[in-house]
Design a protein around this ligand. Sequence first.
Ligand code: RIB
Length: 313
Amino acid sequence: MNAIVVVGSLNMDFVVQVEHLPAPGETVLGRNFQMIPGGKGANQACAAGKLGGPGVGVRMIGRVGYDVFADHLKASLSAAGVDVRAVHATQAQPTGVALIWVDRQGQNSIVVASGANHALAAGDVEAMRQVLRGARLALFQLETPLDTVTRALALARQEGLRTILDPAPAQPLPPDLLRAVDILTPNESEALILLGRPPSRIEPHDAPALAEALRKLGPQTVVVKLGDQGCFLSNGAGSRHVPAYPVEVRDSTAAGDTFNAALAVALAEGKTIEEALPFANAAAAISVTRLGAQASIPARAEVEVFLSRASGG
Ligand code: RIB
């Protein structure tokens, strides 16, 4: 079965652990340099592959360069069971990379050099039709060109897929893009920026008004990701806060990607969104206890054990 298609970025992450994140002009000495497969699109595909297992087919659409990073990134996805035949190489750019510092509290700073991800052009979208056809859900993020995302979202809709957009990295978005989104999953700053407001921390009690304002921009369902406070769901049927599972945070990189993929897997398996969100919260909670992007994503069985322990089983 081909249930989930992810359209997005692939990056090789260069990760350094530091005592504290450097201030402008400051040099800090880091520990433990590691190269870990990443990129918001590839992380979501990898997580969907690991969490869905063979019953949920996952395909990735993206661009890499002709280099060794491309081979590693595709191998990481294949190992998670993802079909990478629609990840094409371009001569125009090297594979995307991300430079990531992670501090003692698990907070990070990320700079992405998009490289080949920018070569996923709007002109390539029609060729995605065959990959999208027959799938249930399409996952998008914002590390590929916006006009490509806009057209691919519209195509996914035309082909009858349910569309999920993770509006990250944060930026204002054109109305036609947002109108093609079924489920929008911003974090706090992304939600505020989409509404033209300055980014800041919000409290769970601010989430209903934010989610309602975002729903007016087009998406029928909005899930605001609130980090260690869980998430807030708003859809036509009502709204609810779904609390997070308390864990010790080592690195929050790719927690949002893991959340989105877990949500998609549960929906592809026929769960309602209310049933899917605790599963997504659990998968994301496990991911933050480990370093790195794809290296931190749990397997399905781990999430099931975690959920059963959390419910006292
Ligand atoms: O969401 C985490 C990802 O953001 C990292 O893997 C990095 O590649 C950046 O794209």
